[in-house]
Design a protein around this ligand. Structure first.
Ligand SMILES: [Cu+2]
Length: 146
């Protein structure tokens, strides 16, 4: 019972101060897409800028729009580009910008709860090793090519 109460208090604090907890990290130019209205999966792309003096790491992502959210990258296997789940997350060296982009690293939504509609936004919680949780509102852009 005591554990449950203190967990709730911690969750409330996270909800109140996401920006402060993610100090030193900035998410720019984020967008999300699915390949078709019937698609069961989608992805989000963005630039993550570590403006602080400490190395950090994006360890996980979560969202209500999908049953599972994973951090993925693409690897070449012979002539075939394949997506793989990056268990250790994405390293964010101090002072550097890490780009999540088509054909590269991305946030993967698996088992979409519904179609991703042009112009909607999806709320995604990014969890960083040092900075904690950051909630980003990511616009759905089905037309963007890069
Ligand atoms: Cu993927």
């Amino acid at each position: 019972m005591i554990l449950r109460v203190s967990f709730a208090a911690a969750a409330a604090l996270l909800a109140l101060a996401p920006a402060a907890l993610a100090e030193g990290l900035e998410v720019r130019d984020a967008y999300a897409r699915a390949s078709s209205p019937a698609a069961m999966s989608g992805a989000a792309f963005m630039e993550i800028v570590n403006t602080g003096g400490t190395d950090d790491r994006l360890v996980s992502a979560a969202s209500d729009i999908a049953a599972r959210v994973e951090l993925h990258t693409h690897v070449m296997e012979g002539d075939v580009m394949r997506m793989v789940h990056v268990e250790e997350g994405f390293e964010l060296p101090a002072g550097e910008t890490v780009v999540l982009e088509r054909g590269g690293r991305h946030v993967m939504f698996m088992g979409l709860a519904g179609p991703m509609e042009q112009g909607e936004t999806v709320a995604v919680t990014l969890t960083f090793e040092q900075a904690g949780d950051m909630v980003v509102e990511i616009p759905v852009d089905l037309e963007r090519q890069d």
